[in-house]
Design a protein around this ligand. Sequence first.
Ligand code: SF4
Length: 680
Amino acid sequence: MTDTHCPYCSLQCGMTLTGRRTLEVQAWPEFPVNEGGLCRKGWTAAGLRGHRERLTTPLVRDRATGELTAVSWDTALDVVASRVRDLQAGHGPDAVAVFGGGGLTNEKAYLLGKLARVALGTSQIDYNGRWCMSSAASASNRAFGIDRGLPFPLADLEQTDVCVLVGSNLAETMPPAARHLDRLRERGGTVVVIDPRRTATADRADLVLQPVPGTDLPLALGVLHLLDAAGAVDEEYVAARTTGFDDVRRSVASWWPERVERVSGVAAEELRALAALLAGAGTVTVLTARGAEQHSQGTATVQAWINVALALGMCGRPHAGYGCLTGQGNGQGGREHGQKADQLPGYRMIDDPAAREHVAGVWGVPPASLPGRGRSAHELLDALGTEAGPKALLVHGSNIVVSAPNATHVTERLAALDLLVVADIVLSETAAMADVVLPVTQWAEETGTMTNLEGRVVLRQQAVPPPAGVRSDLDVIAGLASRLGSTAAFPTDPEEVFAELARASAGGRADYAGITYDRIRAEHGVFWPCPTPDHPGTPRLFADAFATADGRARFVAVEHVGAAEQPDGAYPLHLTTGRVLAQYQSGAQTRRVRALPDDGVFVELHPMLAARIGARDGEPVVVTTRRGELRAPARVVATIRPDTVFVPFHWVGANRLTNDALDPSSGMPEFKVCAAAVRT
Ligand code: SF4
C-alpha cells in the first residue's frame, strides 16, 4: 500500500495505491484536502499504467526515411548532446530552448531550470504554467508582494459568509473541493458564480451572473463603485493595512451599474444585488480561475477583484480574502523553482543580484555565468526557428501542439526547428513531431514533491517500478548535463534533489528550507514558507503583514480596455474555451484511459443561436475565427449566452481558433475570448 496523490489537477487529492501487477486506487481518508473523495479522473488513474501506447524505448527520427526509430538510451542522449553542441557553437547558447510543464514534480522543474542555466547556459526557458495562472501570479505579486494561489487552506471556504467564484467551474474541474461550497451553504453562507456559462458550479450557487466573455474586469469596477457609494469600504483597514486606495476610488467613480450593464451584459439590478450581498457580509472570499485570468487583460482583471477584497478589508482576515484556484497538478510548485523565464528557485527574480549570488553559490558556479531573463512561453514558441530565435527545443511535460494558443502557427514554428526533443510517456501530438523522443516515468512509478493550490507541499510516492526501458526525467537531465560537460552536480535521487532545492530556496519568497520528505509524510503536507526544520509551516499568510517592503497591500488602479478581438460583421460571436469533467488539460493522459468517456470535441451553443443558423443538436457545425476553423458536433444548451459559443480544449482543434494576444504583465494568451462565426 502506498499513499500518494492523484496525477492530475492542483487539488492533488490523496489516494492509496494497492497491488503491483494490477494497480488499484483506494481512498486515503486521512488526507485532509479531499478526505477520501476523488473525481472520476482520480478513481480511474490506474488506467494510465500498462497502456499499449506507452513509450518504452527512446526514438530518433531517421533522416533518410523520416521515421522515428528505436535506439538505445546512450544513442538518443548522444544525438541530443551532439546536436545541441553544434547548434550552440554556430548560434550561441540561446540557440537551445527548454519548455517545461506545470505537471512536473518540484524536483524535475528545479533540475530542468538548472539544466538550462548551468549546463546549457541558455536564457530561453519557460513552461506551460504561463498559460495557467500567470495573470493571478502577476496581480498577487503586485498587490501582496507574494504569489501563493490560496493564501489559506481550502477548507477555510466553509467558514466564509460569501464566496465569489469568478471564472471557475470548481464542481467540474475539481469536484472534491465543491463540498466546501455545500458546507458553506449548509451553514447559511452564500455562493456567487460569475461565468458566461451556467455550469455545474452555478447549480450550487445562490447568485449567478453571466457576463459577456472578457468583461469580469468592468464587473469588479462596478461592484467597487457600488460598495464605495454605499459606504461599505472598510476605511480603518484601508488606512492601516494598504496603500493606493485613493487612485482606485477615483478610477471606479465612473463605473455606475448601467454603464457596467452596457459593457458586460449583466443587469444593473444583478450587480446591485451582488454589491449588497458583499456589503452586508462579515467575511467574503473572492476566488478567480482561468475564466477571469486567461485574457490579454487577465492581470488587470485579477487586480480589480483583489481591489474589491481589499476594500472590504478581507485579505489577511480569518476565513476571508482573495485566492486563485490554480489548475495544473503542480501549477503552484512549478512556478516557484526556476522553470519560468524570469525566475530562479525560491521564487527569486533572475535579475536580482542577491538572488543570483545565492543560487549560483548552491550550484557552485559564478553568478555572472547565469544567463538573464528569457522569453515568456508564447514569445518563446513564436520565435522558434526564426533568424533570432532558438533552433532547438527540449520539451518536458507539455503537449504544446494541443495546448498552445493559435496552435496552427505554433505547430509551424515547431516544424521550423533544427531539433525538437520531447520527453513524455506516450507519443503525444507534440512528441509525434519530434526528432528525438525520450520515454519517461509517470506518477505511480516515481517519487517527488508537488505543491498544491493551497501552497501545501505533498509527496508523490513511487508505488510500482517503471516499465523496462523507461527513465525518470531526472536521469534524462543528468545524462544530458554530463554529456554537455557540466561540472555542476545533477543528482538523480529525488530526495537528494529536493534537499538541494530546499537550500536553493532558503531565504526566497517560496522558502522550502525547513521541509523534508519525512516531515511531509508525518504532517500530510507542509505549507510554505517553512524556513527552518522547527518552523510549523504557514497555512495562512498576511495575518499581520503583507510580503511587501512596508508590509502593506497595494491597491492598483486598472482600466477596462476589453478583449483584443471584438465581434464584428464577419465574426459576430464570442468564442470561449474550457474543460469537461472527464478530461484533463491536453488529454494526452486522460484520452487514453478507457474508463473515462472520450466524447471528442464539441461546440456548445444556445438554442436561439442554433435556430438562427439552422443547427441541430448532435449534428456538425463549423466554428471559424481569424486563425482557423473547427468542425464538430453541436451541443445545443440553454445554459450559455446566446452570443457565445464554447469549445473544450482537450482535443486538437480548440486552440487552432484561440487568440495569442498576450497580457503585457504576465505573458498570458487570451485563451478565453476571441471573435468567432458559426455555421452549419
Ligand atoms: S483530478 Fe483533481 S479533483 Fe480529480 S481526483 Fe485528481 S486531484 Fe482530485
